[in-house]
Design a protein around this ligand. Structure first.
Ligand SMILES: [Zn+2]
Ligand SMILES: [Zn+2]
Length: 570
């Protein structure tokens, strides 16, 4: 019967339509994904993205936007590096906001550089916002960026993401974990953290809030891996304070302490030890003065003693002064480097004086720090580090602390971040040992589908590093660092060939040598002349000359410099 047929047909059409409509609407067509673009595979330049929605129209939030420092050996001439955010630029219409967990450079240092590419609102707690505002002002962006201050333990909703800040402890004021509630489950993004029962400044870890989340059910915990290879616990700032009191009490002569300026609790501990032993505090280095000012603006360091300027402190007897200095990582332009080199206009240290390094060595800075310590030792200064005294604790969770976090949060999935691959892999292994049912190690650019279904890596986004080279941002793939490494290894030879209109060699070639030993100059000249004998021009000739020059250099020197050949026609 035709009518039935029609009815059936229309019903089945309708069925398909309904099915499609349902699919588009059902939560199942929506996914919750995690995408690290920085900090997953290296310690530094953290940038983590969370996406929700159907694959082609996701909403995104970004947590943190940091830098890492360049290394003279691998990226000569590059001071800082930051994540390539091409993916976010391409998905900017879905980008709802950037939320900062805390004020360390590896979490907020890239905002002023990358915000013009992201152009989304930025959220931070008061102290972090204060630090960021300074940077935005310097970059001339303060009028443009919508920077919204969120109170401690505050909440905010960005599209499908309901965020709640949770106070934790770390090594800077106002560190936060973030609970991210979505229609497909809750994520706990820990940020940088440790468990310090006596942090000396700010809140203790809000374990009640974390336990509560665990009881509600947590889909994934995206967690700090820095110290996943370290057993036990990181230790408390209170213990460092006690140790500093004892140590400083036993020192005569001038005392200088170097620490990260952002470790405001540590600055306070040093100041209190100084005061207890009759020493006045002088802040040396711009970052130190700015950080104390920022902390006081935000209501911290209420009992910090009156600070002496570098100039005025010169008048104090050596037993009555303590210098708090920048430069614990051997930074060449920082206060301590200038003091060690005897180039500081007001502070000089020598026989009978002491320098306490109340900090750890950031991997990659070993040589610079040892060089600095040698310079101090050469002046007769006693150098005290965490190797011989208890003058530092880490701000990151060791294995026992990770165990506590997993016991509180009880996630279905562990996603290690903030580490090199060796830290992240070991962290994943530990999480599984701690009965977390699943763990995924994803490096920068790997997109993890957290829900629905079994979590897995489902896609790859462009990722990489941008180098701040002078004042210009360049992509690492542009090869600048590679070329500069090659130049620094074996120098440069420029050769200009002068040809007449018929392509014959018209005059002697002009050679220019940079950064090569004298011994190769004549042999290279000879080799170039020989390769030109009776030859005509053309691309082939340039290449022959280039090869001849490199070969001649290599025969004598054992190294092949960069050789560029240009031809000029007259
Ligand atoms: Zn940090
Ligand atoms: Zn960090």
């Amino acid at each position: 019967m035709p009518s039935t047929e029609n009815r059936d047909l229309s019903r089945s059409d309708k069925g398909v339509e309904t099915f499609i409509a349902l699919m588009a609407d059902t939560p199942n067509s929506r996914e919750l994904v995690f995408l690290p673009l920085g900090g997953a595979g290296e310690i530094g330049m953290n940038l983590n993205c969370y996406g929700y929605g159907p694959p082609d129209e996701r909403s995104w939030i970004v947590i943190d936007c940091g830098v890492m420092f360049g290394r003279e050996t691998t990226t000569p001439g590059v001071d800082i590096m930051m994540p390539d955010v091409r993916f976010l630029e391409e998905n900017r219409e879905g980008l709802l906001g950037l939320v900062l967990t805390h004020g360390h450079e590896d979490h907020l240092g890239a905002v002023a550089h990358l915000w013009p590419r992201l152009r989304c609102p930025v959220y931070a707690t008061p102290f972090t916002a204060r630090l960021l505002r300074d940077k935005l002002e310097e970059a001339g962006l303060d009028g443009e960026v919508k920077l919204k201050v969120v109170p401690l333990s505050g909440k905010l909703t960005l599209g499908p993401f309901a965020l709640e800040l949770i106070s934790i402890t770390h090594s800077i004021p106002e560190p936060n974990a973030i609970a991210i509630r979505t229609p497909l489950g809750t994520i706990v993004h820990t940020g940088d953290w440790k468990i310090d029962p006596a942090p000396q400044l700010g809140e203790v870890t809000d374990d009640a809030a974390l336990r509560k989340l665990g009881d509600e059910g947590v889909l994934a915990c995206v967690c700090d891996s820095t110290n996943a290879l370290v057993s036990g616990e990181s230790g408390s700032e209170a213990e460092v304070k006690t140790a500093l009191h004892r140590l400083i009490g036993g020192l005569s002569g001038r005392v200088a302490v170097t620490a990260f300026a952002s470790n405001v609790a540590r600055l306070d501990s040093v100041a209190s030890a100084a005061r207890a032993h009759g020493r006045e505090i002088a802040l040396v280095g711009r970052a130190m003065r700015r950080m104390v000012e920022a902390a006081q603006d935000c209501g911290y360091l209420r009992n910090f003693p009156r600070v002496w300027s570098e100039e005025d402190a010169v008048r104090l007897p050596s037993e009555r002064v303590l210098y708090l200095c920048t430069g614990s990582q051997g930074e060449p332009r920082a206060a301590l480097a200038r003091i060690a080199a005897g180039e500081h206009p007001y502070v000089s240290l020598g026989e009978g004086d002491s320098v306490i390094f109340s900090s750890r060595i950031i991997p990659g800075n070993e040589l610079a720090i040892f060089e600095l310590q040698n310079q101090l030792a050469a002046r007769g200064v006693a150098v005290i580090t965490e190797r011989d005294h208890f003058v530092h604790v880490s701000g990151h969770p060791a294995r026992d602390e990770l165990a506590s976090m997993y016991a509180w949060v009880k996630p279905k999935l562990a996603v290690p971040v903030h580490g090199e691959l060796r830290h992240m892999s070991e962290h994943a292994r530990l999480a599984l040992e701690l009965q977390v049912p699943d763990a995924i190690v994803a490096v920068n650019g790997q997109m993890v589908r957290l829900a629905p279904g079994k979590p897995s890596i489902v896609d790859e986004a462009p990722a990489g590093r941008l180098h701040l080279d002078g004042d210009v941002l360049v992509h690492e793939d542009d090869g600048l660092a590679r070329a500069r490494r090659a130049l620094s290894y074996a120098g440069f030879i420029g050769i200009t060939l002068v040809l007449d209109r018929k392509g014959r060699v018209a005059t002697d070639p002009v050679l220019h040598f940079e950064g090569v030993p004298d011994q190769i100059i004549e042999p290279v000249r000879d080799a170039v002349s020989r390769s030109l004998n009776g030859r005509r021009g053309g691309e082939d000739l340039s290449e022959q000359v280039r090869i001849a020059a490199r070969r001649a250099a290599n025969e004598i020197w054992g190294k092949k410099p960069i050789v560029r050949v240009e031809t000029v026609e007259i």
